[in-house]
Design a binder for this molecule. Sequence first.
Ligand code: NAD
Ligand code: IPM
Ligand code: MN
Length: 351
Amino acid sequence: MTYEIALLPGDGIGVEVVDATLPLLEAAADRHGFSVETTRYGWGSERYLEEGSMMPDDAIETLEPYDAILLGAVGHPDIPDHLTLRGMMLPIRKAFDQQVCKRPSVLFEGVESPLRGYEGGDIDFVVYRENTEGEYADIGGHEHRGYGHEVAVQTAIYTRAGTEAIVRAAFEEATERDGHLTNVTKSNAQAYGMVFWDQVVEEVAEEYPEVEVDRLLVDAASMDLVRRPDEFDVIVASNLFGDILTDIGAIVSGSMGLAPSANINVEGHSPSMFEPVHGSAPDITGQGVANPLATVLSVSMLYDHLGEEAAAADLWDAVAEQLADGDAPRTPDLGGESGTTAVVDDLRSRL
Ligand code: NAD
Ligand code: IPM
Ligand code: MN
């Protein structure tokens, strides 16, 4: 079996962590009797600065046949973020109907949480983030600027299909975990989209009587992810709220550098995309200290998605074993002094 994987390293540390992870991606495949053929596309902000666009016009057609996509990060300090992100990454999530974004937050053994009193194993939840519409719907926007009475309109869209897809995926996950789902909305202020969302959750809940459902408003949920992160199992949230909650999830479980994600095309007609939750981190770009583990864990999720569970488990376990080993190299975000390469080399020896 050979899988074709498109690599989109993107910008900043995205390039560093994707390049660093490749030997591990190949080693895990070798050990489990399948092969991967990777094709690297150097799309991103450098291209934008030279040619005026992040990706070529036929980028989506080019990516369509791949079995999966591995993305690093997008964003450049000299270019407005809405140009770079809306020129790459966001259109890929949308074009390939990657409606379900799965983002686990795990406090690994040997990792220190900034929260007092939590130890490895205490925090383990997963956020299901709606990924193609909601507050990120790129339609119906409007601006009237520079005439004194300025107005800018940003719409949010919740379709039955999109909302059901994410809610159903979250319930399915809950049945495979501890059977506990937390629905996070803001239906006290947003009477249309969020009340509709709550209604969809109630309807789908009837198909999953074994799942215990509770509700939190997003402000309270943000507080509770800091106050009692150990009590969450599966969280389902809209696009923007899921984005925010997963940065909180990343830091309470140790670092942005440890948080992986999957953008899943549920129907399987187009490739799914895997990427660390973090961005291009211009503050540390070029220093060789970016933590590659979020990307390694994202590759693990990629293999799991392709049905290569053993390879997926190998990568995940190697990361867990390294983090639990007090003598293993660590990047500065985890309190260490090692660089990206040392961490990857050490992992390679554990595979
Ligand atoms: P960021 O995630 O890039 O960085 C936030 C902080 O976390 C920084 O201090 C950074 O050094 C640290 N950090 C992140 N990843 C790390 C890693 N692997 N190892 C060690 N430290 C790490 O978020 P930001 O600073 O808000 O955004 C920077 C750029 O990235 C912006 O252009 C933004 O739009 C973009 N961005 C892109 C994505 C993506 O492509 N998926 C995600 C988030 C932000
Ligand atoms: C993420 C990022 C993106 C998002 C940004 C860069 C558009 O923050 O993947 O979490 O909000 O989806
Ligand atoms: Mn984010």
